[in-house]
Design a binder for this molecule. Structure first.
Ligand SMILES: [Zn+2]
Length: 244
């Protein structure tokens, strides 16, 4: 059970992440340190928005199972299964052995680790938990459940309330909120792509060029031509060698 200051889903996610920070700093059992980091995360003084840190740790530890350290038959595991709304991105992938991958299946990380493997929640590998928390935060955000205090209906807030969201279909209101978010994102992306050539669909690229032709002043005088203009490379080489 989390301490009394941890009241909502948002609190619990930040509290778990504060514990990961404490582990990294070798202050795993330092309650004061954990609660100070928890507050900093909650108040936005520590930014956790990107996953660079987790990716860096994953590269440094090399190719062995994130869960059990076995180097054999390494596969890619989706921390939040695709079937439960997990994204098909590197943020949602970790290297695991075949055995752990089969054992976890499409179960929630906390459920699998604590209920199935019967391990302590504080021993969850931090790469897996760090990535998981950021992903599950985004799912709760789009469903509007970050301020919830109990989602599985057992009367208390536990880590099992976090993953339950991925098992549930979004309600109409939640879906609408998610669609709005998606629309805004796509509009931002389109605006970005109309300026930058990379990854730009042909049609909007054409529109962009037409717009540019309309708004740019026409060049009034022809560009001065170089003496070589119209001659091919062989002619140039011949001239440079004095052969004509
Ligand atoms: Zn393993």
């Amino acid at each position: 059970m989390p301490p009394p200051a941890v009241k909502t889903i948002r609190d619990l996610i930040f509290y778990r992440y504060a514990k990961i920070i404490a582990k990294r700093a070798n202050r795993r059992d330092n309650y004061g340190f954990i609660m100070e980091r928890f507050k900093s995360l909650k108040e936005g003084r520590i930014n956790w928005s990107n996953l660079t840190r987790e990716h860096r740790y994953a590269i440094l530890r090399g190719q062995s199972c994130v869960y059990c350290n076995s180097p054999s038959e390494i596969q890619m595991d989706h921390i939040i299964p695709i079937s439960k709304g997990g994204p098909e991105t590197a943020d949602n992938m970790i290297a695991v052995c075949k055995e752990c991958n089969l054992s976890k299946g499409d179960r929630d990380l906390y459920y699998w680790w604590i209920r199935i493997k019967q391990r302590d929640d504080d021993d969850i590998p931090r790469i897996a938990e760090g990535k998981y928390l950021k992903l599950i935060y985004n799912i709760h955000k789009t469903r509007g459940t970050l301020e919830s205090t109990d989602l599985d209906g057992d009367g208390k807030l536990t880590v099992f309330d976090l993953g339950i969201i991925a098992d549930r279909k979004p309600t109409a209101g939640q879906r609408e909120a998610a669609i709005n978010e998606e629309t805004k994102y796509n509009a931002r992306l389109a605006a970005h792509n109309s300026v930058h050539k990379r990854g730009n669909p042909a049609s909007s690229r054409k529109k962009y060029l037409a717009q540019r032709r309309r708004t740019r002043p026409r060049r009034t005088s022809a560009r001065p031509r170089s003496p070589d203009h119209g001659n091919n490379l062989i002619d140039k080489i011949k001239r440079s060698l004095g052969i004509s």
